[in-house]
Design a protein around this ligand. Structure first.
Ligand code: ADP
Ligand code: MG
Length: 750
């Protein structure tokens, strides 16, 4: 009975428990609590002997109380209860207090009224907490504890049996311990008729996978007798989670595909063929293949929804431009959305350059099929220019409109928007994408391009509603980039070498990027919103004790750097006036500025072929994909590139692992796997964008590739046969439950 799951908890576990569960876990329904699974399980082997407790780690141990004393604290109000415990391996029964004895541990509680009353000498209890240094010896401070024997409150929890059985560990809160949750859930399991619950998994899949019946699975995930019990139960629920998620995505893909779009068919004598004829290079095989796919999908009257992944420098822009030209040839408009003003301006310049005579300036007027008007529209443009750009978009004079989020503003409208290209997608949220889609009378075709390649399973979950294309080869003539970690901690003298190395490149006629984590000397690495997100490293923070390189500080320093005497150096960062920014970029592009000191404004898309050296200062402050992106700015013009990852951290520092990983390979797919391993799951799913948390409970996108792939196939088949899932009401209900508003946003992200 599915309805049972939606019932309030009160009737099952009593008013008081229900109130506690709602207050601390926010769970109000039977289904919610039933699906509150243990995060992990401890086995007896994982109980830590007291003689081996490690400093600074979470431990769970079973021990007997030897002594218990309470005293008032001197420095502040309150009392301190000291309990000395001993496990069987130690000096149990000696009765002698003293946390320093082998086999004993001092456990301290501030205002520990329950500890004072309950942890009487002789009692056995399970303790769980973090080991800290206490005076000269190790101890636990305010750990969770559960009395084991002679405890009237925990019937049936016989200590020996408990210790032999896997111990479920629930995501607990400070106020509600894992074992209180366990107790409430046991009550729930006892009062529910689990056999009556329906199974959201289609029977043939459950049979094929030899899954436990759903009732058994619930029992065993919460109260396993052996490790195999919870493993089997978990396998089942994990698959169920994958299937629900993939079915939701498949249903959304089907819904999107069922929408009606305007077909934009190629024109044999249009701009696209003319463009191809004048292209100074041949397309890579991948560009040609993806181009064909896009061309075919644009020609359909259902909307294209496609994700284009490509290595840095693999030539995604040309692919997108060709798609835009096909739409323009068919009488529609195309919009290109970039994450920053610098990048939008760059795209504008380079697309007009690439189009050459096929691009037409707004001012010159003159309609004709032989050229397309490319228009830039950003928030910082002077009002008159901005108004003109908006007019051109609305009247259809502009065939290709390039802009930032300013394109999303309500005052911007299009005459006939046929294609939206979102570049470097990770900076754009789903709301923004939808705002843009809403600007077309019929659903437009959509092409999303990711800045960094992402593992297949991430694509299948986070971007699961889009079809995926991959550009995995770089255009011929790409020179290799060599990357080196420059550790100033162990080689302080290398600091000077960085600048003489820069001078060598410049003397050879080339140019240099220097990237810093901060703008000014006294800011703390806060960037203008939209310009650069703080990296994982920033968020983890080993907080600002050391002085980080800043754009203004470095520019200042380089003025007096003998190795760079007479070299034109310019700063570039997000707090500058937009006019100054574009002037600086223009000067660098024209090779007048030789060395550019900037923040990560140049992280994505910037394309100056003559630049050969990338120096990243305090590189440990950036994430893997940022570093990979930054490195991709050099080695673009057939000239070999060099990237120096400069750090003052000691070798072996955890944050240096990212640098070593980046230096070890230039394969973006490999790096993104590495990146994911070093990050938390929530980041992977883009939760940091929405402020929410990972919605996946048992699935781990990196570990469970098989499960995700199988579930995706099943989901595709199920939805194809039954698009509304009318024949699978329990699966449909599970999907609806999964798709609360927050989760829906997560699903649509992409
Ligand atoms: P990304 O995929 O990182 O966005 P871009 O689209 O910026 O890469 O392309 C990088 C550079 O490669 C550009 O200067 C572009 O003109 C050039 N390029 C693209 N395709 C080819 C090709 N088939 N042959 C040679 N150069 C190419
Ligand atoms: Mg690009």
């Amino acid at each position: 009975m599915h309805a049972e799951l939606e019932l309030g908890l009160e009737r099952r576990i009593g008013k008081r428990s229900a109130a506690v569960i709602e207050k601390h876990l926010g769970i109000t329904t039977v289904g919610g609590l039933l699906n509150y699974f243990p995060r992990r399980y401890l086995s007896r082997g994982e109980l830590t002997p007291i003689s081996e407790v490690p400093l600074d780690e979470e431990v769970t141990l079973i021990a007997r109380v030897i002594s218990n004393s309470t005293r008032a604290m001197r420095a502040r109000r309150g009392s301190l209860t000291d309990v000395v415990i001993s496990d069987d391996a130690g000096t149990a029964g000696s009765g002698r207090a003293g946390g320093g004895l082998p086999g004993t541990l001092k456990v301290s509680f501030f205002n520990g009224f329950r500890a004072k009353a309950e942890l009487q000498p002789g009692r056995r209890a399970m303790f769980s907490g973090k080991v800290t240094r206490y005076g000269g010896s190790l101890g636990l401070t305010n750990p969770d504890f559960l009395l084991l024997d002679e405890d009237p409150d925990t019937p049936g929890l016989d200590p020996e049996k408990l210790a032999a059985m896997p111990i479920p560990v629930y995501p607990a809160t400070a106020k509600l311990t894992s074992w209180s949750i366990q107790k409430v859930i046991s009550t729930l399991l006892d009062t529910l008729e689990l056999e009556a619950l329906g199974d959201p998994l289609p029977a043939e899949i459950a049979a094929r996978e030899k899954f436990l019946p759903v009732a058994d699975a619930y029992r065993l995930i919460h109260t396993p007798q052996t490790p195999a019990d919870w493993q089997r139960a978990r396998d089942r629920f994990r698959y169920q989670e994958a299937l629900v998620l993939q079915s939701a995505l498949a249903r959304r893909r089907a819904q999107l595909a069922a929408e009606e779009a305007t077909a934009r068919r190629p024109a044999p004598d249009g701009l696209l063929p003319a463009f191809d004829r004048q292209l100074p290079f041949t397309l890579t095989a991948g560009q040609a293949a993806v181009g064909k796919t896009l061309s075919e999908e644009l020609a359909q009257d259902s909307p294209m929804n496609r994700l284009l992944q490509g290595e840095v420098g693999s030539g995604k822009t040309i692919v997108a431009l060709r798609a835009m030209l096909q739409v323009v040839d068919a009488g529609g408009q195309a919009a290109l959305l970039a994450p920053t003003e610098v990048l939008a301006a760059q795209h504008y310049e380079s697309i007009r350059r690439t189009l050459g005579p096929l691009s037409r300036d707004g001012m010159l007027g003159g309609f004709g099929p032989d050229a397309v008007q490319v228009t830039l529209l950003t928030g910082s443009m002077p009002t008159a220019a901005r108004k003109q750009a908006m007019l051109d978009a609305a009247s259809g004079t502009a065939g290709i409109v390039i802009g930032t989020h300013a394109l999303l503003s309500e005052t911007v409208s299009f005459y006939d928007l046929g294609l939206i290209v979102v570049d470097e997608q990770h900076r754009f949220g789903v709301e923004q994408r939808d705002a843009l889609r809403a600007k077309a009378s019929k659903p437009p075709h959509l092409l999303v391009m990711t800045a960094t390649p992402i593992p297949r399973t991430v694509a299948m979950t986070v971007f699961g509603d889009l079809e995926t294309s991959v550009l995995d080869e770089l255009p011929a003539g790409r020179a290799p980039i060599s990357t080196h970690v420059v550790g100033l901690a162990e080689h302080p003298a290398w600091a000077g070498r960085i600048w003489s190395r820069s001078r060598e490149e410049i003397d050879a006629g080339h140019q240099v990027y220097v990237v810093c984590p901060k703008i000014g000397e006294d800011d703390d690495g806060d960037f203008t919103p939209g310009e650069a997100e703080p990296s994982a490293a920033d968020l983890e923070g080993e907080n600002g004790a050391r002085e980080l390189a800043s754009v203004t500080g470095v520019v200042e320093h380089l003025r007096d750097e003998p190795a760079l005497a007479g070299v034109p150096v310019a700063p570039l960062h997000g707090r500058q006036d937009p006019a100054l920014k574009s002037e600086t970029m223009a000067s660098f592009t024209a090779n007048r500025t030789k060395l550019l000191v900037s923040t990560t404004v140049i992280e994505v898309g910037v394309d100056v072929h003559n630049a050969t050296l990338m120096v990243i200062l305090d590189a440990d402050r950036f994430g893997i994909s940022q570093l990979h992106q930054l490195r991709g700015r050099v080695g673009r013009g057939g000239l070999p590139g060099t990237c120096l990852l400069v750090t003052t951290l000691e070798p072996g520092h955890p944050s240096r692992r990212r640098l070593d990983a980046v230096a070890a390979t230039t394969d973006g797919f490999e790096l993104s796997q590495e990146d994911l391993k070093l990050r938390r799951e929530g980041d992977i799913l883009g939760a940091s964008q929405s402020g929410g948390r990972s919605t996946l409970k048992l699935l781990r996108v990196l570990e469970h590739e098989d499960v995700i792939a199988r579930a995706r196939q099943d989901a595709q088949r199920i939805v194809a046969a039954d698009p509304t899932l009318a024949g699978q009401p329990l699966l449909a209900a599970a999907i609806d439950e999964y798709l609360n508003p927050e989760k829906e946003a997560f699903l649509e992200r992409g």
